[in-house]
Write a protein of this length. Sequence first.
Length: 475
Amino acid sequence: MSPPNTMAGVPRDTRPETVSCKGCCHPGEFLTILNLDSYAAMRIAKNCRLHAGLNAAICALALTLAFCPAGFAQDHAENSDAQSEIDNTPQAHLGAGYENLKNNRYDAAVREFRAALELDPKLVLQARFPLAVSLFELHRNDEARREFETVRRAVGNHPNVEYYLGRLDLEEGHADAAILELSTAAAKPPFPDTAYYLGSAYLKRHDLASSEKWLRKAAELAPNDSAVQFRLGTLYKEAGRKEDAQKAFVRSEELRQRDAEVDKARLDCVEKLNHGSLEEARPVCDQIFDPDDADRLTMLGTIYGEHGDFEDALKPLRRAAELSPSSPQMQYNLAFDYVRLNRFEEARGALAKAVLRWPDLFPLNALYGAVLYNLGEERPAYEALRHAHELNPQDPGANDSLYQVTLSLAKRGLAGELYTESQKYLTEASRLRPQEPEPHRLMAEIYDATGRQSEAADERRQAGQLSKSDGNKQN
């Protein structure tokens, strides 16, 4: 939940495509890129490019279970030192790459994703696709195109890849090629601004009827985007529709000024929260509140949350979720705020329908698992966290959290003499954290109880070796 960039009045084509989002909890820690559909949802959540000047503040879809207040945070911290030692694995480079990409450090992201690919060239979606995105953000178009084409050869045609290749064609002045790519992507638009760029491509080709069709679609999707109105004004001017052009340009300027006013209110709110009391800040921050604007509501909730005022964040985030029931990030934001308030039952309510509707979004599943764990529902928590881990096995927070739930279920099975079930969980726990001696100690107890003394001795020997290795690292 980092402060938004001041972008009011900047033409769309010069705005950065990604903005910095910190705060909640995340997928390694920016994207889940095990499939491109998940990436699309994450980019929408991260980018939120519908309002100039509001964009960064409404990006609160990052999930790192280490931030969650109960259950898993302590264990994650205890193992952070061990995790940091593994600094030359594909997983470590991926995590660093996602972190850099999230924070707009594109050069560093490129280095990390390339390092991951050197170690494992098969990481097409996990590493090569975000590498291409990073190169795109750096305007290293030839390199970005090569990487996107490589992804396309590996996974076939996909709207996400078509979108970016279309953007590259448009930026390089190849209107026909851009139209071909973006038209295909628009059949299942990966991002809300697909229609905008397709309309812009038609405008470059002077196909005014097609351009108007798609720019009107863009205006429906982003009614408060000044850049869309400005582009419509340009179209109408070229078509000789002076009155329509004037209306569009006036509307664009109104929206630009509105964005500037909201951005000023945001800066004033942040200043008050940083240097004054909460009581002094509230009247200033309330200038952002608009009960009918989900983006402004999310901005306000995000600012409060960033400053640790989760109670005041609740009202705007709840209203934003009501206004945008089909938005996964809005439901996530509300649920996460409930978690920070230790209101886990209400967090469950916000997440339950969301995970059914978007079953392959890592942040939703990971947070849902954490909520269920804190409610004492270990088996459902295990299922949610296991699915989150399948979606993003590189995320250390999800790995640690799943380990804790799995180990707890194993202990429960052992106490109830459900040895087969307990052994299954312990095998999984050992796979999640091969450096941990505890699963082996518990496995030895199972073998003792079932008369398998030789196997019990082997497990104790492994536990002892791992304990000794851990002790040597600490020394």
